[in-house]
Design a protein. Sequence first.
Length: 256
Amino acid sequence: MLHLNVNKNVKIIDKNNSCIITDFDHTLTKPNSKTIWGIISDNPFVPDEYNQECKKNFDYFRTLELSNILKIDDKKRFMDEWVKRHIELFKKYHISLDTLNKIILNENDIFLRNDIKKFLFDMYNNNIPVVIISSGFKYMIELYLAKNKCYYKNITVISNEFETERGIISNIITPYINSANKGDINLDFIKKEKGISFGDQLEDLNMGSNLDLCRVAFLNNHDESFSIFRNKFDILLTGDSSVSDVTKLLIKDYKK
């Protein structure tokens, strides 16, 4: 269902002056999908000991990531610490780019939402830039989209990038991109003034802060967060709602 915030002034957007800013995990993908991080840390291509240590980190940091009461600076600090611990595990267990290739090419636990492939094609067909901002990994998201035949020239992926030594992941280029600091990313390279952003966490509100965006959220768990999300976002999507429900409604002269 599409819930329109009556207190927000949601306007029709000219497609020639519009862009799409979107999260990846649980926004372009279904809520029951594994995340890009998750597909690495629960996988037969990596050692069981690595999986066990990742689970301990997940059990601790995931609650902090989803908190609606934690101050943003504290959340950024915790999320950076999570990345640092994961880098140490990459090095400890000699996780390689070749391993990540195998993981993505053999995965069957990341599911795009039902209309996403058509949505991405429609954005390409309408010459509307799509910027994916993710706390996952640029290389893996690009490889996943290419594997699913929906990685078009109008798509830019902004996400974490690896440093390697002899094919083994040795570091992640700083500053880390985490779920709490997406609003710190400069999007001045986008030569558009308006657009739509899609996310599934409150921090996704901050993406593209220099742009005039209609801010849309998927609420994947219909719980006590409903009223918070509905008040914060311009449009809230629940149930089987899709991104296309929004683009068809808001983008003028949208070619389907």
